[in-house]
Design a protein around this ligand. Structure first.
Ligand code: ADP
Ligand code: GLC
Length: 489
């Protein structure tokens, strides 16, 4: 099967969150199953030609691509996903992608991804490489399914090409004013109240993708259920009900070549579930590096996150006066909304021995925190899949999570299972999105930490979990087959 994977992030080239990890790993797992996969990614200015050894793609050459009446001369570079022969095609349009950040609030944010979506299709034409499926990711590539069925339908090349749209986060819908129709060259008659492209009087790239893709999926089974409700569906639950027969949940996997305490190149002391005692050396190392005192008997609570409301930071803020009474230390890595950045900066300032905050993006530190922490906190309001709690399981950094989306599918509460006579729990979790539920659950974890035998059992259970991509990649393959069948009748 031939798969074109269109994405706005792919590790190690471009990443702000979990989409980057997924797009850096799933295509490789598909290739291992025998698929022929090509990844398409914008060439952001942060992607350095020399560092990544990119080469110019002569078979494609320069492509004139029109957005909002203006023609842009787009070039394409290539390199492989490291450790594989899966090629990545970098769509180069400096005017759009030479910006300090991958995503912007600039006025032409819509144009940036209109150009990308068209460029993917035109690159396929020029490569004369006809995929069976284009797997689109989130709103940034949501127009592709419509383009195939409408704007580019003159080209019979696309007749057999099916599309799948993967929802990594339904909270980001790519909503733009009606005027964006003209920028995107979408026929104006497609825009009316409740039309396939319209929501709340705006044009939504995500809704468009959900309506026109042959198959749809999201990144965990629980989230797939949740977003059918108005509480989690962010206004698109009706669309998902309409597409219910074509909508699936597939849990993300982990690239254990990148996230593995046995071989992680960013951590000083490697360890396995058989040499758990070595983990504490990483904690000592990190605490020393950040100039915090080391107490073996006090748990270190780690947080690595985009600092946005989705991740439960309003809850942490409201519960903070209680949480700080727990006998623990904290290390927080993240960036995002000012209010949370300021909050954690201030918290570290007033508790220098207890709280360390690093505001910014730091890949190396994220690995070190996984290896050094005793507890990993992720009390999300919603979580499509979540990868950090899965990494934490493998690093023996026991997750404390809210039971929602992928968190519910990957972390099993120690006490809940114990109550049912099983010692298979891997973490601690709570249902209610309240400061009390968060506080009492973290309290449970911190108290359990005192009981070393139990704690090591929980760590061992977590480290024994296997979330490698193989199983999920097979499910993607089945989904692609369904999409092809639907498209070709
Ligand atoms: P989301 O995609 O919603 O942000 P995930 O848990 O799926 O959440 O994935 C987050 C990914 O981004 C993880 O690989 C995590 O380590 C990484 N990450 C998040 N914030 C930072 C940061 N400030 N520095 C380095 N890596 C980060
Ligand atoms: C999104 C979600 C996160 C998920 C990631 C990769 O960013 O917020 O839960 O793990 O995509 O699918």
């Amino acid at each position: 099967m031939k798969i074109a994977f269109a994405t706005s992030e792919a590790f190690p080239y471009a990443k702000t969150g979990g989409l980057g990890d997924v797009a850096g790993a799933l295509p490789k797992a598909l290739a291992q199953l025998g698929c022929d996969v090509k990844v398409f990614l914008p060439k952001y200015s942060s992607i350095d030609n020399t560092k990544f050894d990119l080469s110019y793609c002569w078979p494609i050459g320069e492509m004139p691509i029109r957005v909002y009446g203006k023609t842009h001369n787009v070039n394409v570079f290539t390199a492989n996903l490291p450790g594989s022969d899966v090629p990545v095609y970098f769509i180069d349009s400096p005017e759009y992608y030479n910006r300090p950040e991958i995503y912007t609030n600039d006025e032409d944010e819509d144009e940036r991804f209109i150009l990308f979506s068209k460029a993917v299709l035109e690159a396929l034409q020029r490569l004369k490489w006809q995929p069976d499926v284009i797997n689109c990711s989130d709103w940034q590539t949501g127009l592709i399914p419509l383009y195939i069925k409408d704007n580019y339908s003159w080209d019979r090349f696309f007749d057999p090409v099916a599309t799948v749209l993967t929802i990594h986060n339904i909270g980001y819908q790519g909503r733009f004013p009606q005027e964006t129709l003209y920028k995107a060259e979408i026929r104006p008659e497609l825009f009316y109240e409740n039309s396939p492209v319209e929501i709340w009087n705006s044009l939504s790239f995500l809704k468009t993708g959900l309506m026109y893709a042959d198959m749809i999926n999201t990144v965990s089974e629980t989230y797939a259920q949740e977003i059918l409700s108005s509480t989690y569906g962010a206004g698109l639950e009706g669309v998902l009900h309409y597409r219910i027969n074509d909508f699936f949940g597939i849990i993300n996997g982990v690239d254990y070549n990148v996230w593995n305490p046995e071989s992680d190149k960013h951590i000083p002391y490697h360890y396995t579930k058989e040499s758990l005692h070595r983990k504490i050396e990483n904690k000592k190392y990190l605490l020393n590096a950040i100039r915090m005192p080391f107490y073996p008997e006090k748990p270190l609570i780690g947080i690595i996150s985009r600092l946005v409301k989705q991740k439960g930071f309003d809850l942490i803020q409201s519960a903070f006066n209680q949480l700080i009474k727990l006998d623990a230390q904290w290390v927080i890595l993240g960036s995002g909304e000012d209010q949370y950045e300021d909050f954690f900066r201030a918290a570290a300032y007033s508790h220098p021995d207890r709280i360390y905050t690093y505001i910014g993006y730091n890949n190396e530190l994220s690995h070190l925190i996984e290896a050094a922490s005793d507890i990993f906190l992720m009390p999300s309001a919603y979580e499509p899949c979540g990868l950090n709690q899965i990494y934490s399981l493998r690093y023996g950094s026991v997750p404390v999570v809210r039971r929602t989306g992928g968190l519910a599918d990957t972390v099993f509460d120690w006490h809940d299972l114990l109550y049912n006579g099983s010692e298979a729990g891997t973490g601690f979790s709570f249902n209610d999105y309240t400061p009390d539920a968060l506080n009492s659950t973290l309290y449970r974890a911190v108290k359990t930490f005192d009981d070393k035998t139990t704690w090591e059992r929980i760590m061992f259970n977590g480290m024994s979990q296997d979330f490698s991509w193989e199983v999920s990649a097979k499910k993607y393959l089945e989904l692609y087959q369904k999409a092809v069948k639907k498209r070709r009748g």
